[in-house]
Design a protein around this ligand. Sequence first.
Ligand code: ADP
Ligand code: MG
Length: 225
Amino acid sequence: MAAIIDVDRLSFSFGSGVLVQPVLKDVTIAIRQGEIVLITGPSGSGKTTFLTIIGGLRQAFHGSVKVLDQQLINSNEQVKIKVRQQIGYIFQQHNLLKSLTALQNVSMTLEMGNTLTEQQRLERSARMLIAVGLGDRLHYKPDQLSAGQRQRVSIARALVGQPKIVLADEPTASLDKQSGYEAVSILKQLAKESQTTILLVTHDYRILDVADRVVELEDGVIKTI
Ligand code: ADP
Ligand code: MG
């Protein structure tokens, strides 16, 4: 089966001229649909940069990066938008809007480019929050939730649009061991049910066992562990 994420000799640098800083060096990796891949590696090794390029959030120019059959190298904005619409993002900090409830935070993501009615958006969002174990917290605002619960809202928000790919950047970094493990287990379970591909950056060794495959990024070079 063709890879859903197919990266071939991707190189990326910040800066230019004498200030150029190579961050990714000839990175090659292919990820299949439904696979859960964890990327580990020391701080500063290029993990976030890699994820943002895959997610169409940062432009790269050297090598090949095909995501959902779209070439992102030297791509135009339309191509990146098309890819972004099929990706759910989860960040280290939950990035929820403080003034909105859990339900509103999740349903907001369904508003763009979608044909659902408000009622349908709310129903689908409520179902997703129930799936992550927050059925009794639908109308709570972020400040009224624990860190683990907030991250589960982020998971619901990332998955509610039924994305083909979820990109997660250190999603357990601000969580204790128990809630971190719970959050990624829920993410894994829901992803497996819907054949969603997950690329998750972490240096949290406690969650490595949720992965189908673990790769390490060190000084911009990828290695399989
Ligand atoms: P990681 O996520 O593995 O910690 P990053 O991808 O964030 O690593 O960063 C890789 C390298 O690129 C680091 O040396 C970092 O300082 C540098 N870097 C990251 N973002 C920028 C930026 N916007 N401008 C310049 N350098 C950056
Ligand atoms: Mg990072």
